[in-house]
Design a protein around this ligand. Sequence first.
Ligand SMILES: [Zn+2]
Length: 156
Amino acid sequence: MEHNFLNLNEGSFPVKIKKRLKSLNNLDQLGEIKEDIKVSIEIERLSKEVFLANGFISVSFESECLRCFKHMDTDLNLDIKVGIKDNRYENLDKKGPLEVHYQDLDNFDIDVLIAEEIHLNFPSTVNCCGPDNNDDLNNEDLEKIQPFKKIRDLIK
Ligand SMILES: [Zn+2]
């Protein structure tokens, strides 16, 4: 996999990044990526230490429904607005209203930010069907557990 590191401490801004990715590190557990990940991000420099990544990421995963195990798609269309600061501020910063991504700014890898955003926005449970299906299943199970109930009903 090719990696293009950016040096955010030098260079001119805004930096425009537009690309398609076949895969990304650390996303395997979310499912199979169906099409290229589409990325369009612009990085601005807000001050000496603070940068802002603005843009969008879209990706489609195929995974198994946790309820019925059917294959299903999970589409993410993410609007990205995230601050970027150097690693060394990570333990010093108080949590502010803007989400901040920390990395080594001399060797900035946008793919790490992209993977992190996808993880943060991926739904915690993946289901293609509602809890109604689950209830039906429970009733069936209950009948299996109580086979004599039907016989009792007949005898009445
Ligand atoms: Zn399902």
